[in-house]
Write a protein of this length. Structure first.
Length: 189
């Protein structure tokens, strides 16, 4: 059984995901390892960009990051303890698919569509954050090659790589747009 801890500050995100990566391979949740690896890569890249003063409101971004990662860690804890989890997480956790891209997509779908609107609602109180939200999306898209390299050790040919990136970029853009709209509806209704 995995016991994950809550992250209290931005600098704890990468170590928490790295520690979780070591544990996932030995559990029934090993199918979400591709998602965790992608999340770790993106978190490292966000951390680097934050240090380069890329974001306009880094304190708010850090707060959002902490809330967001804690939803993921809580979902793992709840599932491992036999507690109810959001339906999207249940699908991701119980997937029997052996394709790492499918498992990556299931985890990303659950985290973005379920957890991101809730994290935004807990953190953001102004639409001005949208610029940083878009910048975080850019970091995600810039991370796709590194993510594909990490889950495809046999390096897909150029066409497949292009296709994977195209599909993932489309899905993530669509999910993030939907998450922002959900936050907007939660916050401004």
């Amino acid at each position: 059984m995995i016991k994950t801890l809550r992250v209290k500050k931005f600098s704890e995100t990468v170590p928490a995901l790295k520690g979780l990566e070591k544990k996932l391979g030995e559990t029934k949740l090993k199918n979400i390892l591709p998602f965790n690896t992608a999340y770790l890569i993106i978190s490292r890249n966000v951390e680097k960009r934050e240090k380069d003063n890329y974001f306009e409101n880094p304190d708010l971004l850090k707060k959002l990051d902490v809330n967001f990662v804690n939803y993921y860690l809580s979902a793992i804890n709840d599932y491992e303890n036999g507690d109810n989890v959001a339906p999207l997480w249940k699908i991701a956790f119980e997937s029997k698919n052996i394709n790492p891209l499918i498992n990556l997509s299931l985890g990303a779908n659950a985290h973005i569509n379920n957890d991101l609107p809730l994290s935004l609602a807990e953190t953001i109180d102004d639409k001005k954050f949208y610029r940083d939200y878009q910048k975080a999306g850019t970091v995600i898209f810039e991370s796709l090659d590194e993510i594909l390299d990490s889950i495809h050790k046999d390096k897909p040919n150029a066409f497949l790589r292009f296709y994977y990136k195209l599909v993932m970029k489309y899905l993530i853009k669509r999910w993030r747009k939907s998450a922002w709209k959900k936050w907007n509806n939660l916050f401004y209704s």
